[in-house]
Design a protein around this ligand. Structure first.
Ligand SMILES: *Cc1c(COP(=O)(O)O)cnc(C)c1O
Length: 292
């Protein structure tokens, strides 16, 4: 995939001005409308590897609102791969905007029950052939970490904190590695998207071993597909104020957490905070009934 260099913009928000803080956002959501944000970075070396191995089909997994499925469908179509997506759920219930777009990009969708979905090995052997390249759910792999680490090459100044949403913490691991090499004084802080125990910490220890420049905040999210009306209203107000769309699972909770932490004086004056907008712009489309 071609190089990217998404812009860094400053947000001029009263809360941060009043506390002598500066808040910036790296617009990875602007990389591509459907291969958005961290999914573009994660797929970059995965697609290169698939091509090197002479594979012609990409096979992967996702829930019905998976940004990873959509990114794989679109990137596959752009780069000459056929794609197959194994979806958790039933077809009648789940033809939402994300899956409809996957279909338009030519992805073959296979719906499986929640129980069957857990048995990844069985599904992989049932739905892959010699020409298939299997991408783990969410694109969590060391090739994805390598792609995400490149985000830091695009920064031309240091920040005191970089914040990013953490679903599998693959993106966080890459950024932690990139920052440790380039700006070791910067703290890389993940906002957990799932209510999970120490899964995310274990992932970072695996993908970014030996680093201590990162931490993960828990308790800022309700988990997948559980709408928190206060958060949805906060996201809508942020979007109306700034012109930047966030989603209710990843970027919304991550941005909201920065505001909560600033309100609690977590940051010392003069801190320069960078939030990574990891994309996922379709996220709010699943929540229209909360607003209209
Ligand atoms: C997939 C996704 C994430 C989670 O990334 P991980 O590398 O799994 O932590 C964060 N934000 C958005 C918008 C996503 O689509």
């Amino acid at each position: 995939m071609e190089k990217t260099n998404s812009p860094v913009q400053e947000l001029n928000e009263e809360l941060f001005r009043s506390k002598d803080l500066r808040l910036f956002i790296k617009r990875d959501d602007m990389i591509h409308p459907f291969v958005s944000g961290n999914k573009w970075r994660k797929l970059k070396y995965i697609l290169e590897d698939a091509r090197k191995q002479g594979k012609t089909e990409l096979v992967t997994f996702g829930g019905a609102y998976s940004n990873h499925l959509l990114a794989t469908a679109c990137a596959g179509a752009m780069h000459g791969f056929t794609t197959k997506g194994i979806v958790r759920g039933e077809e009648e219930k789940e033809l939402n905007d994300t899956l409809f777009l996957c279909k338009l990009f030519g992805m073959g969708l296979i719906y499986v029950s929640r129980e069957a979905y857990r048995e990844k090995d069985i599904l992989v052997s049932a739905y892959t052939a010699a020409s298939s390249y299997y991408i783990p759910e969410g694109g969590a792999s060391s090739l994805a970490v390598k792609g995400c680490a490149e985000l830091t090459d695009e920064l031309d100044e240091n920040f005191t904190h970089v914040f990013v949403a953490a679903g599998t913490a693959t993106t966080l691991s890459g950024i932690a590695r990139g920052m440790a090499a380039k700006y070791p004084s910067c703290k890389v802080e993940g906002i957990a998207s799932l209510k999970a125990s120490d899964y995310l910490e274990k992932q970072v220890e695996k993908f970014a071993p030996g680093l201590s420049n990162w931490k993960i905040h828990h308790g800022f999210t309700q988990g997948y597909a559980k709408a928190d009306p206060a958060l949805l209203n906060w996201v809508a107000a942020f979007t109306a104020r700034t012109g930047i769309l966030l989603d209710p699972v990843y970027t919304g909770p991550a941005m909201h957490a920065i505001y909560v932490l600033a309100g609690q004086d977590y940051f010392v004056p003069k801190s320069r905070i960078l939030m990574i907008h990891t994309g996922g712009l379709l996220g709010m489309l699943g929540y229209r009934e909360y607003f209209f």
